[in-house]
Design a protein around this ligand. Structure first.
Ligand code: ZN
Length: 415
């Protein structure tokens, strides 16, 4: 799937720019077998050229305000010495980030942002394109990161001919999103519906050409409408159109809105076309079975496709799980999962053993009950047709509406 990816270049989306050099060995494991020492950092007009003595694994950049700076993180690199500032860049500092590689910080004499980055063919040269902007534009570029709490994007472009990928400059996101719109009565608890995948990440593809990202969006919209019709909750969606969001952004947006419940909607997929039925997943450090582990690997890959390195950018899930708050959240999530399964049973094809657990990145919020609802198998002709149908959408939405109503009614009663 990754190998067929095509890059679309658009200079319109410059909010975040990334690039990545993927060693065929390195990009799978995220662990470079050696490190490239930074040989030189030099500013030539509006370009910054960074040279390494060995190919590095990946790089990513982001803007920081107060004072205005650009930070460049390079995995698989060690800091070197020679650096020559110039142009908009008043000073260059390099530091080690241990196993994460090196960081180069560019102090700015005037506001400038990176609009593009590309590696040379041998993976030893990284060229960044700078653009001078006004303070407001810089602030937007810098604010975007704070808004999303995201690690910088990077992108993988494995090449079949060369051991390294080359130029990467990536646009795949709408400009800094404002927080999602919240629908409904402000006095009601808030449910955030997350339509899985989107944009350049289609998710699983059904035999009939159906794309998971389309089905999840349609289901999510149907769920939103059903919840709003019930009048018991407010609803927001992480996406209402075909756009890409990394996993942290999905629950990050929900946390920012102080959501009371987070439901990520997906479709399952299996090699065995006979596999059928919905499941509800909650977070666990240990997968409930092999299939759950495979599912987690597949769903968590959305970020790897986008090039975000989960390994380095996220605290280990298990370390969060020790937290008692998280335990409480996990219990609330599990009870909602059981409720959803129970309410869905008479309405949609659902597995007998519908509640499963896996270390799913999108469920990682420590303080917000979260479930991942696999509405059925896109790889199964019957399930796919059901999920895609108007009736199927309605039944999926009804299941969630009933479960949500009971969930909040019970919580109110227990207070
Ligand atoms: Zn999915």
């Amino acid at each position: 799937m990754l190998l067929n990816w095509t890059l679309h270049s658009s200079s319109r989306h410059i909010a975040r720019v990334l690039f990545l050099l993927a060693l065929l060995s390195g990009w799978l494991t995220g662990v470079p077998s050696w490190a490239g020492v930074i040989q030189e950092v030099r500013v030539h007009g509006d370009r910054v050229v960074v040279k390494f003595d060995e190919p590095v694994t990946q790089a990513s950049a982001f803007m920081l305000a107060g004072p205005q700076r650009i930070a460049l993180d390079i995995r698989g690199a060690e800091p070197g010495r020679l650096a020559r500032a110039g142009g908009a860049i008043s000073a260059i500092r390099q530091g080690s980030q241990g196993q994460d590689g090196a960081r180069i910080v560019f102090d700015l004499a005037r506001p400038a942002i990176i609009t593009e980055g590309s590696f040379g063919r041998d993976g030893r040269t990284l060229t960044l394109q700078l653009r001078t902007v006004d303070d407001a534009r810089f602030a937007r570029a810098a604010a975007e990161r704070r808004m999303s709490f995201l690690p910088p994007f990077t992108y993988l472009q494995p090449s079949s001919r060369h051991p390294y990928s080359e130029t990467i400059s990536l646009p795949r996101r709408a400009p800094p999103a404002a927080l999602p719109r919240i629908y409904g009565d402000p006095s009601r608890p808030l449910v955030v519906i997350d339509a899985g995948h989107g944009g350049h990440d289609p998710g699983a593809i059904g035999a009939n050409g159906l794309r998971e990202k389309d089905l999840t969006l349609r289901s999510a919209l149907a769920i939103r409408d059903a919840l709003l019709a019930s009048g018991r909750v407010r609803v927001a969606m992480t996406r209402e159109d075909d756009r890409f969001l990394v996993l942290q952004e999905r629950y990050g947006l929900a946390r920012k809105l102080k959501a009371d419940l987070f439901i990520s909607v997906h479709c399952d997929s299996a090699g065995n076309a006979g596999a059928t039925g919905a499941t509800v997943y909650t977070l666990s450090e240990v997968a409930s079975d092999k299939e759950a582990a495979r599912l987690a690997a597949r769903e968590n890959k959305a970020d790897i496709i986008a090039g975000v390195d989960l390994g380095s950018q996220n605290p280990d899930i298990s370390s969060i799980l020790i937290d008692l708050t998280q335990r409480e959240t996990m219990n609330a999530s599990a009870s909602f999962a059981r409720l959803l399964g129970r309410e869905a049973q008479p309405l949609i094809p659902i597995k007998e053993n519908y509640h499963r657990m896996a270390s799913l990145m999108v469920l990682k919020a420590p303080d917000m009950p979260s479930v991942l609802f696999e509405t059925g198998y896109i790889s199964n002709a019957g399930d796919a047709a059901f999920i895609a149908s108007g009736d199927g959408q309605k039944r999926i939405a009804q299941s969630v509406r009933k479960a949500v109503e009971i969930h909040f009614a019970t919580r109110m009663a227990s207070r």
